[in-house]
Design a protein around this ligand. Sequence first.
Ligand code: GLC
Length: 660
Amino acid sequence: MTGAAAGSADAAARLRARVELWTPALHTLLDALYGEVVDTDALVQLVIDIASEAAGVRRVELQQLDIRREADPAWFQRPSMVGYVAYADRFAGTLQGVVGRLDYLAELRIGYLHLMKVLRARDGANDGGYAVADYHEVDPSLGTWADLEHLTDELHGRGISLCVDVVMNHTAREHEWARLARTGSARHRDYYLVFPDRTEPDRFEATLPEVFPDLAPGNFTWDDDLRGWVWTTFNDYQWDLNYANPEVLVEMLRIMLALANSGVDVLRLDAVAFTWKRLGTNCQNQPEAHVIAQVFRALLAIAAPGTLLKAEAIVAPSDLLPYLGVHRLQRPECHLAYHNQLMVMLWSGLASGDAILAGTALAALPPTPAAAGWVNYVRCHDDIGWAVSDADATAVGASGPAHRAFLARFYRGDFYGSFADGVPFSTNPQNGDERTCGSTAALCGVGRALRAGDPVALDLAVRRVQLLYAVMFGFPGIPLVYMGDELALDNDLAYVDDPARVDDSRWIHRPEMPWTLARERTTAGSVEQRVFSFVQHLADVRGSQPAMCAGGDLTIHRHPDTAVLAWARRHPTEGRFFGVANFAARPATVPIEAPGWAGLQRPRLVLGDALLGDALLNDALLNDTMLNDTMPNASGSWQLEPYGVAWFVDDADGPLQPAC
Ligand code: GLC
């Protein structure tokens, strides 16, 4: 299976070309990281040998995927690309179970699947799988490595890419390296950051924030076996790796290559921002963390060029863009990164019924490079940190601290007019910073309305879910559907009775998939059906609009009614898009010429029947009549329904087939 292509002259020539292409960069990068501790030439040779060996045993089918993707580097930016995110066990029991659910994913038009907790985590508390005990073994309750390979084959057969986490910043205390360190191996002790006493930890602590201030205060943990303080950014059983030691980088490279060769298409670089420590800083986003990601990018490009890297860096926007390669060196880094800012701004807009802050914050973001992009989301398995910058808040006459506190209160349901059923997460006793957990539906008020038996409130709550998803799908990037959102699943309170989970309120939005309830998705008028069919519709419309291909420009337009977010996209070859979204629970007025702000000459409504107002114009829009004659002299306005969203494309761009 592997030998034929590996041995073929073509494959060898392609590999040689990739090695030649990336070798100079690897010299520069590894020299920057380790030039002072090792012979860089030997290290470069070692990692290239490892990557080449992995290329040599890559399955033929994967090599063919590589070739296709190298020829079509925008393959993941297509408008038809929609993602789904789930815990494998909670979604389908086992990896084999996931194979049995592919029809469900096809119903949602899914082309990218992020499965969590795939590799063997430590027993007991394991941070939802983010404390890995063995990176070369699938979690035995899910299946085997062969099952993982089988799953990737099945997914590829349906055109779906698989994303799996590489928990690269830390291992479980029970990982073999940590076990060896604990039993006296000096070599493995140096895989971690261990200090004999508090002197160094205290110096670092002076500038280190706390990630889980209530679950796991402090960044260091005393370990009796080590007889030292070990660096633990997250929980005490998650030991940070020492990337200043090149052996760690080499080990992690082998792990990534094994995953890529199992058929995993996207490696999610978990907590990548934390991989390099520097005294006097917050030890996040250090230049070396970027160099590390660039080294992995180069080596994967040699061994498995169809593989993507996705940065999980939930950091300020100015710190985030560099993970997409936006920095002084403009070197390829990750292909994808989470658009945390969009997510926060969606929720902020919904709470305040106003889009001015969202527009201001999103307009302030630098553009993404054409060859890289966002993964967009409304909810994920983690908490929401209220990342509203003081500068953005001040720009709209608000106070950053006050707005952040408002959002936390609003979403825990403790504010006048709140519809949300969220719960706090990891409140920081020092600065009062409070994060929020809860399912999308719960935060939008679906559960409350159902419990109250209030059909009007329920309708509004469903519209809120639809609003957030419609904006998220309308922004450039891969839209991710978080498991359960498509059915408007309420909070799951089962975690409260589980001693291993009760302290971690993130479990409130990590439910088991209720497959019986999922059948309601076809019951006309049910909440499940309204949301599920809406997500399907978003995917269908998006997939058929070339202008919604990622990789173009994004512009935020100031809208006279500040409840409305107005955004435009222009792709150099695929055309123009314009969207408006009303964040208020009342109708909003949209000037008739609004699509013209973005240069659309013949705007055509492709999503949203929410336009009220001038019947003739409505007719013209809905019947695809060209508006260009009307536009220059157009007067009047449309009304956008409460929480209504409308998407337009420009027919002046001609009837295009998606090419990207
Ligand atoms: C990432 C994960 C989160 C985990 C943390 C530590 O942020 O998304 O769930 O707790 O990394 O691994």
